[in-house]
Design a protein around this ligand. Sequence first.
Ligand SMILES: N[C@@H](CCC(=O)N[C@@H](CS)C(=O)NCC(=O)O)C(=O)O
Length: 146
Amino acid sequence: MAYELYYWPTIQGRGEFVRLALEEAGADYIDVARESEGIAVMMRMMERADHPPFAPPFLKDGETVIGQTAAILLYLGARHGLAPKEPAGGLWTHQIQLTISDFVAEAHDTHHPLGVGLYYEDQKQEALRRSQEFRDSRIPKFLHWF
Ligand SMILES: N[C@@H](CCC(=O)N[C@@H](CS)C(=O)NCC(=O)O)C(=O)O
């Protein structure tokens, strides 16, 4: 049965991490929100009573629904031989992905330092300050670690 990937159809965003893994694995999948009525289906999935995902991306594999990019990749990595199967190697790979997730969140927050729900135009000054610090300190620290 094909995996179902749920992600916003007009941006690459975090959905791309999952697409890349699915493509690398040669797995069958449906990009649900790109189908007609797909966004409505995606929104309904987030209201389900049983294990509702907080936000896209999320992946459905039969009855199993997995949210959080790093958790999805942990699942796919083990199933498709994209990550080590033995616990230490699997955890190390997961740790790298969680650090990438932190980096993505910090990059996003340079444009939304005061609030995710506020427009960039309403927080431009703060965004400038945050971006400066991100460039000067955070990017070098992350890249050094990677
Ligand atoms: N920690 C989550 C973050 C998920 C996330 O922020 N998704 C964004 C799109 S990239 C979203 O739609 N967020 C809606 C919200 O947070 O209300 C992950 O890594 O998957």
